[in-house]
Design a binder for this molecule. Sequence first.
Ligand SMILES: [Zn+2]
Length: 454
Amino acid sequence: MAEHGPAKGSMIIKPHGYAVWEHTQRALDDRFKATGHENFYFPLLIPMHLLEKEADHIEGFAPEVAVVTHGGGEKLEEPLAIRPTSETIIWNTYSKWIQSYRDLPLLYNQWCNIVRWEMRTRLFLRTSEFLWQEGHTAHATEQEALEESLRMLDVYREVTEDVLAVPVYSGRKTANERFPGAVETFTIEGLMRDRKALQCGTSHFLGQNFAKAYDVKFLNAEGQQEYAWATSWGYTTRMVGGTIMTHGDDNGLRLPPAVAPVQVAIVPIYKTDEERSAVIEVATRMRDELTGQHNLRVKLDDRDQYRPGFKFSEWELKGVPLRVEVGPRDVASDQVVVAERLEGNKKQLSTGEAGSSMVEMLNDVQRSLYEDAKGFLEANTHDISNYDDFVEGVETEGGFWVGAWCGDGDCESTITERTKATIRFVPIEREDPGASCMHCGRPGTERATWARAY
Ligand SMILES: [Zn+2]
């Protein structure tokens, strides 16, 4: 799927991994368009003075920013930051695009790469450069911007659950965990097979912070000057890693059909040339039917230099949901054998009904992967009965731990230092936990969900 690049922290995404990203991208982009957004593109390089205008934002990002100081063999007059995210350059430009309430809302998104300097690299999950989309919207009212940020969080939830088959919890970040410059950060969080949490996508309600920093004012319907309201939201190639780590087993990947680059691999089995031509003919017809009539992504693996057994394990390792075997006896009896990657079950199907049966089987695989992962998520979400049990449970069992918290950031940090767990989220609408803080005993104000995370 990927390997390390020559520069420390960088990643080469190989075709099989990139294809999973392409399918994810398409699923997101279709939904962005359906909710009224358009794509645009802003430059990779951001003049330093622009990056520094929003105080919280630069404070949060400063340790991760890569800066270009030389160009064309000369030292630059002003250093240029490589975008760690694009709020600054985009809101600087929005000040020219927004004059009146008639210009609003702006509903834009861009697909691009991002650089955030990382020392602890982990392929797909944590690399210094990654691919993502970043939505940047501007609104006339607070209410509208808040609704937009929650709408896009739900788009992320839908793609993650329905397309990647990764079940998630939706929630709100605490002040300590918020995006630098945001008023609220909303998140979806999944649980990987090693019982560590993964932040799968975030959507931010930015209030008027960026409008004030970049002087984005508009004339409202009553003829008064007002600052615009902002959101931003991002989803990255990390979710290729999230999909691998949610579904993989001891034999390799198990890819959800919706994003599998190859959904059906057809492996012909033969010994003689005569058998070969008969088998390849049936296999080719099957491939054409599956692609043409059923719109499936099919690979006919007719490589002569490898034996069928080798091909079986290669497609298994690559996570291809269905494998079709066609041998001389199958040709004679007008049938094929279909093996599914999930449990390794095999079925004999007549060639006539194979196509529509495989479409159903793929739907079942998609559903089973999600149900499996959801069962795992629920089985590994625990209520906290007392602080000591929580400390021990996070260490020995992992998973999500839910309990009452006082809402104080220092108390939160103390718990994190002790346990290496962070609050992954609190409910989007504040809920009274009905108990005192598990750590300090002060009145509980939030029902917090903790985990160790990537
Ligand atoms: Zn506390």
